[in-house]
Design a protein around this ligand. Structure first.
Ligand SMILES: *Cc1c(COP(=O)(O)O)cnc(C)c1O
Length: 392
């Protein structure tokens, strides 16, 4: 029997308030381009092409044979992993965390970033969101019934927000930040986090810093944690990920650290909507944390070399790319009168080069292309050659 009503009208306004998820669109464009048999240069999504270290894979394999790992996972994460994270955090940032209640294991940091607005915002309350930025922030705010208010990241300010110019009201409760930054590659000094702390205190705003790229920094620069600021742990959370540092995007594991009350609230939402993270994955993450520092240095070097090749090549083609200090992207202003979507389409259709149009990361990205560093140097060089051939 035919339906008696329009099912489209039964879909919530919540869903309709979203535009199609950018990276889903890009994945579809990629499938289409691959089907056309042209060899694709993939500088699109931030999905590392490297392989996780052997030790991590071996842990996974060995742990798979243990029956206890296949039961329902511990909701907040296994203690062993949380203790290892506390130790790592203390060595890395000189910040003490209580593994019992200041750490929550997540199914990818995205899970936490997506759920945190539900834990903090009442209907129509405001989250401050960076433009350009990872689309999950404003989308999860919209879904939760809150209101995203964008603030610009400004080149003249080294891609940091001008905190004095951010308009706040009594409804502003949450600010998202992401350093090392996707897409601009900015890595701030500790002095920025001091100012951020003052701003947040003064305006009673919870800070959520997305640290997905905490370990991927260049030229000897190291990222800082917001929690290094005295008192910051009481008003904020930070989200970390195993995806990028250890090339484990498919594993879906990350963690949140910070104030106990915020962690409790986030956990309450998490245990309702999902469950714990598969124990095999958690054991794999534990193994990743025990890798010697030189393994991380190797990964940094790989991305830095790719960055250098891409930045140099783009400059030779007349572009003026930002030189990223961290993360795995080059943010480059388009040197022609083409908007980002047209430019990305042209790169894909004429050159077989997959990139991300800046507009997908926010209004202020409309004249930018984001190139990711997730293809080997030879592929990047090939991509640059193709760009030259199609006179870009
Ligand atoms: C990739 C990415 C994430 C997601 O990381 P997962 O741990 O895989 O969920 C979060 N934030 C930013 C800025 C990213 O680029």
């Amino acid at each position: 029997m035919r339906g008696k009503f329009k099912i489209e009208n039964r879909i919530s306004l919540r869903v309709k308030s979203l535009r199609p998820y950018l990276f889903y669109k890009i994945a579809k464009a990629k499938e289409k381009a691959l089907a056309s048999s042209k060899e694709l240069i993939d500088l699109g999504a931030g999905d590392p092409d490297l392989f996780p270290q052997k030790k991590i894979i071996e842990t996974l394999r060995a742990q798979a044979l243990k029956p206890e790992n296949h039961r329902h996972p511990v909701y907040e994460g296994i203690m062993e992993l949380k203790v290892a994270i506390a130790e790592w955090f203390s060595n890395r940032f000189r910040v003490k965390l209580n593994p019992r209640d200041e750490i929550l294991i997540l199914g990818g940091s995205k899970e936490g970033l997506g759920l945190i607005p539900w834990a903090i915002l009442n209907p129509n309350e405001i989250a401050l969101v960076p433009d350009p930025g990872y689309p999950v922030y404003h989308r999860s705010v919209l879904l939760s019934g809150g209101k995203p208010v964008f603030f610009p990241l400004i080149k003249e300010n080294n891609w940091l927000p001008d905190l004095d110019k951010i308009k706040v009201s009594f409804k502003s409760k949450l600010i998202f930040l992401n350093y090392p930054n996707n897409p601009t590659g900015a890595v701030p000094d500790l002095s920025f986090f001091e100012k951020l702390f003052e701003f947040a205190q003064k305006n009673k705003i919870v800070v959520c810093n997305d640290m997905a790229y905490s370990e991927i920094t260049f030229d000897g620069k190291k990222s800082h944690s917001f929690l290094e600021i005295e008192g910051a742990k009481e008003i904020g959370l930070e989200f970390f990920s195993f995806s990028k540092t250890y090339s484990m995007t498919g594993w879906r594991i990350g963690f949140a650290v910070g104030d106990k009350r915020l962690i409790d609230a986030l956990r309450e939402i998490k245990v309702t909507l999902s469950s714990g993270v598969f124990h095999l994955t958690q054991k794999g993450a534990l193994s990743a944390l025990s890798l010697p520092q030189k393994e991380i240095d190797k990964i940094r070097k790989v991305y830095q070399q790719r960055r250098d090749v891409l930045v140099k090549g783009l400059k030779e083609l007349g572009w003026r790319p930002e030189v990223p200090q961290g993360a795995i992207f080059v943010w480059a202003k388009i040197p022609f009168s083409l908007d980002s979507e047209k430019m990305a389409m042209m790169l894909l259709e004429k050159g077989g080069i997959l990139t991300t149009p800046g507009i997908g990361l926010g209004k202020s990205g409309k004249d930018y292309i984001r190139f990711s560093l997730t293809s080997p140097v030879e592929k990047i060089k090939e991509g640059l050659k193709r760009m030259e051939r199609i006179r870009l």
